[in-house]
Design a protein around this ligand. Structure first.
Ligand SMILES: Cc1ncc(COP(=O)(O)O)c(C=O)c1O
Length: 416
């Protein structure tokens, strides 16, 4: 049947998703950078994705090993949200965001992906709009499209990369149902200050009253425990009760292949039970988006573990210091495991291509719809980061020559 509709095999929705900016860009990045073939070659320095580069903590492995030993005949039965997992997750969320959370307020999901997907589908109908800030976590767009929502993108204020409240205010329409907030932010590492979140809360309360329906915040906060010394994380939920908190353990435990996360609805929110009930049903209808039984049995033990934030901070300081000394413009990230430097060539894809020829892989800002910048991931080992510094220096020098009297026009993006 599908072929009969204008020669297509797949649905229009599939085509729209495949055509989303990040998928097109990601495909291009993997195809043209040589990343797919070269990433595991000896000597290649991979600073792209937030994947682990060292063996997992033994305590993590032990938590999964013991959770895999059945204690009763229902151990591996269908699982929705398991009470001990919910309670452990709520207790730890309470240490980060003090709103009096209990296990009743949370539903366990297949990581942040599952939480965001369910939040979008529960809060908005096909045709509604979801607003988020550029540069974004690049998968908001496909998740929104899959839910039938129209992405509305607002550029962050450069170079602070704070939310642009004026821009958000002008992007709101009677079709807006959700504003996604991601703090600590991937890719910029920015933690939004309380004043800004308070401003956003006021703006959304006013717009909700004006449009006659509630605009919700989906607070995507998988890095809310990866906060560097001297910084303080605040969740939008502290300022705006109509907020669904989406969390993933993939970052704090640096084990993104083990899908575990949750969606949390603030206690005391009017209509909370209705939302939670809708979440329960949507998790089933969207394809059983609950973490598997072993991950849920392991959650109380996993909650006691975290990656070494001090070691991450040491890598951040080393690389920011070295890059600034070379001449890069790079902010000190408040949290997360990313750096977001300005590309020394206006064409970030050309610059990233040059770095990849030197054996260093990073992500171009174009992938985040923010040309002129690039992302470095600090989950690489300290040795990898150290080894990348001379290449970052050489690439910077090559870019500088190109910009100042090089053979090629500065903006052409060509590397000799
Ligand atoms: C901002 C942000 N949100 C959500 C996710 C999804 O997390 P997970 O893969 O653990 O579900 C990621 C992963 O990179 C992320 O960076």
């Amino acid at each position: 049947m599908a072929e009969q509709r204008a020669g297509r095999v797949v649905s229009r929705r599939s085509e729209r998703i495949q055509d989303a900016v990040p998928f097109r860009m990601m495909f291009g990045f993997r195809m043209h950078s040589g990343y797919a073939e070269r990433r595991l070659e000896p000597g290649v320095l991979d600073l792209t994705f937030g994947d682990p580069h060292e063996m997992q903590m033994p305590e993590y492995v032990e938590a999964l090993r013991s959770a895999a030993v059945p204690e009763d005949e229902l151990w591996f039965a269908y699982k929705q949200s398991e009470r001990p997992a919910q309670d452990a997750a709520a207790a730890s969320l309470e240490r980060v965001v003090r709103l009096g959370w209990t296990g009743d307020d949370l539903r366990m999901t297949t990581g942040g992906f599952g939480a965001i997907t369910v939040a979008m589908k529960v809060l908005a109908d096909p045709g509604d709009e979801v607003v988020y800030t550029l540069p974004p976590w690049f998968l908001y767009e496909p998740l929104a499209l899959e839910a039938g929502l129209a992405p509305v993108k607002v550029r962050a204020a450069e170079p602070s990369f704070d939310l642009d409240l004026g821009g958000i205010a002008s992007a709101l329409t009677p079709r807006t149902r959700i504003v996604v907030v991601n703090s600590p932010n991937n890719p910029t590492g920015r933690i939004y200050p309380p004043e800004l979140l308070l401003g956003l809360a006021g703006l959304l309360a006013e717009a909700s009253a004006r449009f006659g329906h509630r605009i919700w915040i989906v607070s995507d906060e998988p890095y809310n425990r990866i906060v560097f010394f001297g910084n303080e994380f605040h969740s939008p939920a502290e300022f705006y009760p109509h907020t669904l908190v989406c969390y993933s353990y993939g970052k704090t435990l640096l084990a993104p292949g083990q899908r575990l996360g949750y969606i949390a609805v603030p206690p005391g929110l009017e209509g909370r039970d209705e939302v939670l009930e809708a979440v329960d049903m949507m998790q089933i209808a969207a394809g059983w988006l609950f973490p598997n039984a072993v991950m849920q049995h392991a959650t109380p033990a996993l909650e006691k573990l975290t990656l070494d934030v001090a070691a991450l901070e040491a890598k951040r300081d080393r690389l920011v210091g070295a890059m600034r000394e070379i001449g890069y413009e790079v902010a000190v990230p408040d949290g997360t495991f990313y750096l977001w430097p300005r590309s020394p060539l206006p064409d970030d894809e050309a610059f990233v291509a040059d770095l990849s020829r030197r054996g260093v892989f990073v992500m171009p800002g174009a992938l985040f719809e923010t040309p002129g910048w690039f992302r470095i991931c600090l989950t690489a080992t300290a040795e990898t980061i150290e080894a990348a510094i001379p290449h970052l220096r050489d690439a910077f020098e090559a870019a500088r020559k190109l910009r100042h009297g090089g053979v090629v026009e500065a903006d052409s993006g060509q590397i000799p």
